[in-house]
Design a protein around this ligand. Structure first.
Ligand code: NAP
Length: 255
């Protein structure tokens, strides 16, 4: 697919990598719609895109809310005059051990069902709803082709303290594979990207000594940049022989 003529929807475009993807897509000439939860963050992304060649429009929508997603896909397609790229980027984490016993008191703390459900809702149900409605749009409107990019994580391999997040991100890669097969007949391709530690507000919020320790375990000894993840987004959009696979962009990190 030609990126200059893409009409893309990015979820979670108010911050971090999602904002970077919106701006890089618009810089390449694509028209871009994005959603986020925070109206102020949406305004900021739109303002940053003012002078770019592609059109950028923002919507407030929660990817875990079925009605909101149905509306979002319609609104994005109307605003852009079509829709042929979806980047499932919005994601959250609520880390904790499955069970953890306090050494002194013996008290056992559990990962709450609420934290499990919240992460699964945003990180797995969200991409499911968005991809389903995107596919319906492409089929009903006879889009020539479609591309879905799912942002997974190196945690998909199973990261201690992330039962909920690892399950969601591994599930997303499994769905990328099967959606690639199911949707090929409609000329919709899929691809996942599994980033390692990337320089976004999440990382910037970590204590410097903790961050330094974490990055020691990365063979390339540094965090990745959102631009480096965008290179993979661009590849998946542009390579018409790519579908159903996951690209690991993690500096060689093994969990
Ligand atoms: P970020 O800076 O926190 O941005 C995520 C954006 O998604 C935020 O603007 C957030 O809005 C929005 N969002 C959260 N829940 C949403 C929902 N239910 N509906 C719509 N939007 C929602 O995160 P990031 O670091 O750029 O991460 C982007 C993606 O990459 C995530 O899927 C993350 O899991 C994945 N990832 C990140 C890293 C990393 O090192 N940064 C590594 C591997 C994978 P609010 O701020 O208003 O909540």
């Amino acid at each position: 697919m030609n990126i200059e003529t893409a009409k893309a929807l990015v979820t979670g475009g108010g911050s971090g990598m999602g904002r970077n993807f919106v701006l890089n897509l618009a810089k390449a000439g694509a028209d871009v719609a994005f959603c986020d939860l925070n109206p102020q963050a949406i305004e900021e992304t739109v303002a940053l895109a003012t002078d770019l060649p592609g059109k950028v429009v923002g919507f407030t929508a929660n990817v875990a809310d079925e009605d909101a997603v149905v509306q979002l896909i319609q609104d994005a397609a109307t605003a852009l005059g079509g829709l042929n790229v979806l980047v499932n980027n919005a994601g959250i984490f609520r880390d904790g051990m499955l069970v953890k016993q306090d050494r002194e008191t013996g008290e056992i703390k559990k990962m709450s069902l609420k934290n499990w459900n919240t992460v699964i809702a945003v990180d797995l149900t969200g991409p499911f709803l968005c991809t389903r409605e995107f596919a319906v749009h492409c089929i009903e409107n006879k889009e020539e082709a479609g591309v879905v990019v799912n942002i997974s994580s190196v945690s998909r391999h199973g990261n201690v303290g992330q039962s909920n997040y690892s399950a969601a991100k591994a599930g997303l890669v499994a769905d990328t594979k099967l959606w690639g097969v199911e949707l090929a007949r409609h000329n919709i391709r899929t691809g996942a990207i599994a980033p390692g530690f990337i320089d976004t507000p999440i990382l910037q919020g970590m204590r410097p000594e903790v961050l330094a320790k974490v990055l020691k375990g990365v063979p390339l000894k540094r965090a990745g940049s959102p631009d480096e993840i965008f290179s993979a987004v661009r590849f998946i959009i542009e390579c018409d022989y790519f579908t159903g696979r996951c690209i690991d962009v993690d500096g060689g990190l093994t969990l």
